[in-house]
Design a binder for this molecule. Structure first.
Ligand SMILES: Nc1ncnc2c1ncn2[C@@H]1O[C@H](COP(=O)(O)OP(=O)(O)OP(=O)(O)O)[C@@H](O)[C@H]1O
Length: 235
């Protein structure tokens, strides 16, 4: 069996100290195979984004181990973490964080200009179905189209892993489905491991694996025997 994308052992994260301490992660043991679409579900405050941020190298664990392809992220220096994020990881957030004064292509080029082995910005925009919108500014695009530019930007540097925190949170369900379709296509075409944190529980039907969080711990992990397509899910 190939090495998993991620493996965590007794991972904890505590924000603050003493009486005010918040135990965001209380001991997470997890394995995420490379090449899967994984959906993280759970109540607000249960630790999903915290886990995503630690695996993505945006935040640090308090204790425990988190391996990316056998490398311990928790032991990395800040410089190593920056390199890890640059080389291997793409992020998609609820709000698209596009530069309003740049076109779709120019927004993607911001990343392709500094990446080691990027695809062309136009190719990334084709991949997300925005062929006709390449020279549009964000204000000329719908919310779903803006999110697809954000996905193109994240995918253009050819990351091994795509972390998506509430990628459909600001979208209606029809538009959200288009965005999810793009994420599953990126997984299928490029083999990118895709982790999605969401409150839209129906998204779980797209996943290879569904992780349920509760109170800073994993409650259960389900492997879907069959997966639905983005067109088939509703929320
Ligand atoms: N930077 C921070 N400082 C202090 N507490 C934090 C910080 N980030 C998260 N927390 C707390 O950690 C806990 C877990 O938060 P997290 O955002 O991981 O949950 P979540 O499951 O993603 O929630 P949601 O679904 O609402 O996004 C919460 O109680 C939150 O308030």
């Amino acid at each position: 069996m190939s090495e998993p994308a991620f493996r965590t052992t007794d991972l904890t994260k505590t924000y603050g100290e003493g009486d005010g301490a918040v135990h965001a992660l209380r001991g997470v043991d997890l394995e995420i195979p490379a090449g899967e679409v994984v959906v993280l579900l759970g109540p607000s405050g249960s630790g999903k984004s915290t886990l995503l941020n630690i695996l993505g190298g945006l935040d640090r664990a308090s204790t425990g181990e988190a391996l990316y392809k056998g490398q311990d992220i928790t032991a990395m220096t800040d410089r190593q973490l920056t390199r890890y994020r640059r080389a291997h990881v793409g992020f998609v957030f609820q709000f698209y964080n596009l530069m309003p004064s740049l076109t779709a292509r120019e927004n993607v080029e911001l990343v392709t200009e500094i990446a080691d082995d990027p695809m062309a910005a136009d190719e990334a925009l084709h991949l997300v179905g925005l062929n006709e919108r390449i020279d549009h500014f964000p204000a000329q695009l719908s919310g779903g189209e803006q999110q697809r530019v954000a996905i193109a930007r994240a995918v253009a540097k050819q990351p091994q892993v795509l972390f998506c925190d509430e990628p459909t949170g600001a979208l209606d369900s029809t538009t959200g489905r288009k965005v999810l379709k793009v994420l599953t296509e990126v997984n299928a075409k490029l083999g990118t491991t895709v982790l999605i944190v969401t409150h839209a529980a129906a998204t779980a039907d797209l996943a290879h694996r569904v992780i349920h969080f509760a109170d800073g711990r994993i409650r259960d992990v389900i492997t879907n025997k069959t997966r639905k397509t983005a067109e088939e899910i509703h929320w």
